[in-house]
Design a protein around this ligand. Structure first.
Ligand SMILES: Cc1ncc(COP(=O)(O)O)c(C=O)c1O
Length: 358
């Protein structure tokens, strides 16, 4: 019993091995650690996976959001709609770009932005929607005429009605943090079909320079580059994306089968969609007690994500009951491709006992 409790069930575990190690060794041998050929290779694979003309690799998902928002060229004070339940970076990049994030509540069931609650005003210049935890949002319910940006941080591999997330808006942003299906440790990317926006994103990530060779800097930029070393880690995973998604789908199904009779809400995509399974986030009453108890048993669970209106920079935005409910009830279970059947049993049995105990 003691050894079982010290044997932790990990929240996340990257699916990397010999291919990634060899790719990193190769980059080290070339001595070209950044802005070399591995970046372009990684970008090509990502653009292929998303079915977009361009992918621009950047330092992380937050940088991707920042670059994508800056590339739109909005004016100070312009309003951009964001879901009230999301990772804070979705709203933070707007604040730090001098824009006004306008929170729209989420559907507490899907935990995605609820298009029925959208209020488009004269200053609304864009909608920054999120495919939260990899569940594709209902993009066709968004109004025409307002540019749509995808926060697809956790939606690589996901599809809405057959179309890849990452290709559904004017620009999309990905994260390659270790809890994502493809990880580079830290990393991100912007995908787009627009030659103009891709060019702007490339400049913004590299101090504003137009290309690597010239000193031509039409406007200020940042250093948000992703190194060749990190791109080399990501490319073999991108090449195995279907396999990685199949493995995550299998783990999700393993949970669904074990948890289906418990009084919890299980995650799912809409009929006909492909879930990206960034995380397996259930909803449960008494979430904090259950989270603490799971952790006490060596099961690395986590909260889902944040209700922005409860965080200091967004407290002026009123009450968002859907986000608050999702924030209070969501529980991310250990989720990665190497979870064993016995680990799934252990998590399910622990949950069963905790929800029945009450
Ligand atoms: C929805 C969402 N947006 C943005 C981010 C930021 O990505 P990163 O951690 O790579 O900066 C995350 C990270 O988890 C996320 O879940």
């Amino acid at each position: 019993m003691v050894s079982r409790e010290t044997d932790r069930v990990r929240l996340a575990k990257p699916d990397v091995g010999a291919d990634e190690l060899a790719a990193v060794a190769e980059v080290l041998e070339t001595g070209m650690l950044t802005m070399g050929p591995r970046v372009a290779e990684f970008e090509e694979e990502l653009a292929r996976a998303c079915g977009t003309r361009h992918a621009v690799a950047v330092a992380n998902g937050t940088a991707a959001l920042h670059v994508a928002v800056l590339a739109l060229g909005l004016q100070p004070g312009d309003e951009v709609i964001v879901p009230a339940y999301t990772f804070p970076a979705t709203g933070n990049v707007l604040l730090l770009s001098g824009l006004k994030p306008v929170l729209v509540d989420v559907d507490p069931e899907t935990m995605n932005l609820d298009p029925a609650q959208l209020k488009i005003g004269p200053r609304t210049k864009a909608i920054l929607g999120v495919h939260l935890f990899g569940r594709p949002m209902r993009v066709e319910e968004l109004p025409d005429g307002v540019p749509f940006l995808e926060d697809a941080a956790g939606a690589l591999g996901a599809r809405r009605r057959g179309r890849p997330c990452g290709s559904l808006g004017v620009e999309a942003c990905f994260s390659f943090h270790p809890r994502k299906i493809v990880t580079t440790g830290e990393g991100g990317a912007v995908t787009t079909d627009s030659d103009r926006l891709a060019e702007l994103a490339r400049r913004l990530r590299n101090h504003g320079w137009r290309d690597l060779a010239s000193a031509d800097m039409p406007a200020a930029g940042l250093n948000y580059r992703l190194s060749d070393l990190l791109c080399a880690i990501g490319t073999p995973q991108l090449r195995r994306l279907d396999e990685l998604l199949a493995a995550r789908t299998r783990i999700a199904a393993g949970y669904a089968e074990r948890l289906r009779d418990l009084p919890v809400t299980l995650p799912a995509a809409d009929e006909g969609d492909v879930h990206g399974w960034q995380a397996y986030v259930i909803q449960v009453d008494r979430r904090d007690d259950i989270l603490a108890a799971l952790r006490g048993q060596g099961i690395e669970a986590q909260i889902g994500t944040f209700a922005l209106h409860l965080l200091a920079p967004y407290r002026d935005q009123g009450f968002c009951p859907g986000a608050e409910r999702a924030f209070e009830r969501s529980l991310a279970l250990p989720f990665h491709t190497q979870l064993t059947e016995s680990e799934l049993d252990r998590v399910a049995e622990a949950l069963d006992k905790l929800v029945s105990d009450h």
